[in-house]
Ligand binder design. Structure first.
Ligand SMILES: [Zn+2]
Ligand SMILES: [Zn+2]
Length: 255
């Protein structure tokens, strides 16, 4: 079984003690690639270092996370721009809107989001989108900036059927992660009605750990619980779900 973790933060210090073991466990479960979303300037060195430690397996993205859009966001964006001009990245991400934690910088979040979508268009890169308490707003903004070539993932999808349809109608993908295993999330009935052709798998490690490890540190080997749950919902063999979602990820990232 070949799986791709389209969203994991394996460079964070949560893995300082045992990253090689984490990677090995994941590879034993068939996870062959790991896409690493950026957050802000404080993680870039570790992000790039992790990528070069596992060449061809860990692939870095570049972007400014909406929760890191603060007073200094112009400087942060400047850095993102410089890096994107300097070398190739797998995607612009993670970018988007987050109104859950703090709404102080809402205007700046919109500005940063818009400008990074433009960068994705400029460099012909997919986008990896983070939206919390802001899914409709994120969908609207992407729609308004869509030039027919924008593509990417609404990561950690937890929305309604209508939102899922609006996303897939734009040619975007749903990033399916640990919350699919949470009973109260109610994602099953939504995903039942959406084609697997519009989904990719992710852990968002170290966050959003799937059942049965909910509450503990997440890691990419737990992708097996996510693919299993999705297979149960779709009433299809795990192998088939793995194959389709892996092909989708390859299509998005061009690898
Ligand atoms: Zn996120
Ligand atoms: Zn993330």
């Amino acid at each position: 079984m070949n799986l791709i973790d389209t969203h994991c933060h394996l460079y964070l210090d949560n893995y300082d003690a045992d990253l090689p073991a984490v990677m090995e466990r994941a590879q034993n479960e068939g996870v062959e690639k790991f896409y690493l979303p950026a957050i802000d300037s404080t993680v870039i060195a570790r992000l790039l270092e992790t990528e070069s430690r596992f060449p061809g397996k860990c692939l870095a993205m570049m972007g400014l996370h909406p929760c890191s859009v603060k007073e200094n966001y112009e400087e942060e964006l400047q850095l993102v721009e410089e890096w994107l001009a300097r070398r190739k990245f797998s995607a612009v991400g993670e970018i988007g809107l987050d109104f859950y934690w703090d709404k102080t910088f809402t205007d700046q979040q919109y500005d940063a989001f818009r400008r990074q979508l433009l960068l994705a268009r400029l460099y012909h890169l997919p986008v990896v989108l983070h939206s919390r308490d802001s899914l409709n707003e994120s969908i609207e903004l992407v729609k308004s900036m869509h030039d027919g070539r924008l593509s990417g993932i609404f990561h950690c999808f937890g929305g309604t059927l209508e939102q899922a349809r609006r996303i897939t109608d734009m040619g975007f993908y749903l990033g399916i992660g640990g919350i699919i295993t949470y009973k109260n999330a109610g994602l099953g009935p939504v995903l039942e009605q959406i084609s697997l052709d519009n989904m990719v798998l992710e852990t968002d490690a170290p966050y959003l750990t799937p059942v049965p490890f909910r509450g503990k540190r997440n890691e990419s080997s737990y992708l097996r619980y996510i693919v299993q749950k999705l297979a149960d919902i779709k009433q299809l063999p795990v192998q088939q779900v793995a194959e389709i979602t892996t092909q989708n990820a390859q299509k998005i990232f061009g690898a």
